[in-house]
Ligand binder design. Structure first.
Ligand code: MN
Length: 215
């Protein structure tokens, strides 16, 4: 068994004009594909090749030291991008409903309060990385950010800067995610990205995170 590149759930040009088709082609077909290929090369012949990538991330501190950096970078890259494609869509935008909306209001005072906090995490991440909305202990929410291809599932890393939890929403702020269209204007990319967020997909992830804790 090995890790595979998931198909995009929409066409390369489906997120136009906010994210251009060429960026999506390169991002999915070169960057994400590269993480999958390098992850497979790193774990070939080990038991790590048999686990879901989320489990590999969550157990990164158990990965043998000689493999750990490659698995961290490429396993993180595979998990993060697999999530990223599914929380965006051509019919995205607006605001969440139901339990997720109530939880965001509880933790950030309002949806706008959450949006502001998340936008600060995304614009403030120096260099390459991700901004995250995470579920901590099931129903509690937090915003955090990680460098490179790290993610909040990764525990036990000496230099992990983020807060641990289950990723519900992630935003890629590597330049490869926006440079062709936005060049150095990361804030413009982030602003445009909000109208692509598929809140139903995020709400499903939240419901799953809650059920893990109450089970
Ligand atoms: Mn990326």
């Amino acid at each position: 068994m090995s890790f595979t590149l998931p198909d995009l759930p929409y066409a390369f040009d489906a997120l136009e004009p906010r994210i251009d088709a060429r960026t999506m082609e390169i991002h999915h077909g070169k960057h994400h594909a590269g993480y999958v290929k390098k992850l497979n090369a790193a774990v070939e012949g080990t038991n790590w090749a048999e686990l879901p990538v989320a489990d590999v991330c969550a157990r990164i501190d158990e990965v043998p030291a000689e493999l750990r950096t490659a698995v961290r970078n490429n396993g993180g890259g595979h998990f993060n991008h697999s999530l990223f494609w599914t929380i965006m869509g051509p019919k995205g935008g607006g605001e969440p409903k139901g339990d997720l909306a109530a939880a965001l209001k509880k933790h950030f005072d309002s949806f706008d309060g959450f949006k502001k906090r998340f936008t600060e995490a995304a614009t403030g991440r120096f260099g390459s990385g991700w901004a995250w909305l995470i579920a901590v202990n099931g129903g509690d929410l937090a915003v955090t950010s990680t460098k490179n291809q790290d993610n909040p599932l990764m525990t036990g890393l000496d230099d992990f800067e983020g807060k641990n939890g289950t990723p519900l929403l992630g935003l890629d702020v590597w330049e490869h995610a926006y440079y062709l269209k936005y060049q150095n204007r990361r804030p413009d990319y982030i602003e445009a990205w909000w109208s692509l967020v598929d809140w139903d997909a995020v709400a499903r992830r939240f419901a799953d995170a809650e059920s893990l804790v109450s089970a």
